[in-house]
Design a protein around this ligand. Structure first.
Ligand SMILES: [Zn+2]
Length: 66
């Protein structure tokens, strides 16, 4: 199962479990999609990607409700 998808055009990484419609991941071109091994945010950051603001907001919202 894939947890993260990088967008090489914008150098951001989406958390597929947390993504919102604002992420527009369907607009990401296939050639710009990047998957990580291991599939973690840490690995994505190591490769120069930053967390998507929309995914981050969703993550924060969920943890606040907890
Ligand atoms: Zn996102």
């Amino acid at each position: 199962m894939t947890g993260h998808m990088g967008d090489k055009a914008r150098m951001i990484v989406h958390n597929l479990a947390m993504m919102s419609p604002d992420c527009r991941i369907y607009d990401v071109k296939k050639e710009n999609m990047k998957y990580f091994i291991p599939d973690t945010l840490v690995q994505a950051k190591k490769e120069g990607f930053v967390m998507c603001e929309q995914c981050k907001e969703t993550t924060n919202r969920i943890s606040q409700n907890d």
